[in-house]
Design a protein around this ligand. Sequence first.
Ligand code: 5GP
Length: 214
Amino acid sequence: MTQRAAPVVLAAASGTGKTTLARRLVGDSDRYVFSVSATTRSPRAGEVDGVDYHFLDVGDFERRAEDGRLAEWASVHGCLYGTPRTEIDDAARRGEHVVLDIDVQGARQIRASIEDAVLIFVLPPSVDIMMARLKGRGTEGREDIARRLRSALTELQALKDFDYVVVNDDLDECISEIRAITEGQGEVPVSPEQDAEQFRTEIVRILRDEYDQN
Ligand code: 5GP
C-alpha cells in the first residue's frame, strides 16, 4: 500500500530563513505545496493576500477557529495565526506534501492531531546571521527584536517534540536534507543537539549584553 504524502511542519526562530526555505522547497518540486496561513497581522510591503497569508480581521479569524475551520492556531508576537484545514485536506487529496511554516505552538497541535506529520526544526547557521536578517528586514524595532529573541528561547524548549533538526547553512543542502527526510531518500542527518545548545547560549548572551540592560 502506498503511504500518503505526509504534511511537513517547519518551525524555527524568526530570522532563520525558514520562509525562503519553505518557498524554495515548494518551488523546486510539484510534490510539495505551501500552506497559506490565516493571520490577523497587517500585510508587510510586498505581501499579497491569499498568496503569503489570508489577512483577516480578528472577528473573522475567531469565527473560523470556533467553527473548527483551522487545523491549528496560536497567538504569535501579539497576532493570531492559523492553518486553514482546507490547505491540508486539499493537498492530501492531490497526493502532495503540504508544507506548514508555523510556530512551535502550532506544530505541537499538528503533532497531536495528524499522526503522520513530519516535524522539522530549522536552526540558523549562526546567531550573527540570524541577527543580521532580523535587523536587515528593517520592519522590526529594537523591542521587537528583543521579543523575537526571547521567543526563540521558548521555541528551543519545544525541540524535544520535533522529529528532526536541520541547520539552514546552505539552502540547497538544507532542501536536500528535508527532501531526504520527507521522501525517505538518502541519509537522514543526526539531530545536531549541540548546535541547538550553542544557539541557545548565544541568544542568552546577546539578550544580556545588548537588549536587557537598563
Ligand atoms: P511572520 O509574521 O513573521 O510572517 O510570522 C511570525 C511567526 O508566525 C512565524 O514563526 C511563523 O512561522 C508563524 N506562523 C505563520 N503562520 C502560522 C500558522 O498558521 N500557525 C502558527 N501557529 N504559526 C504561524
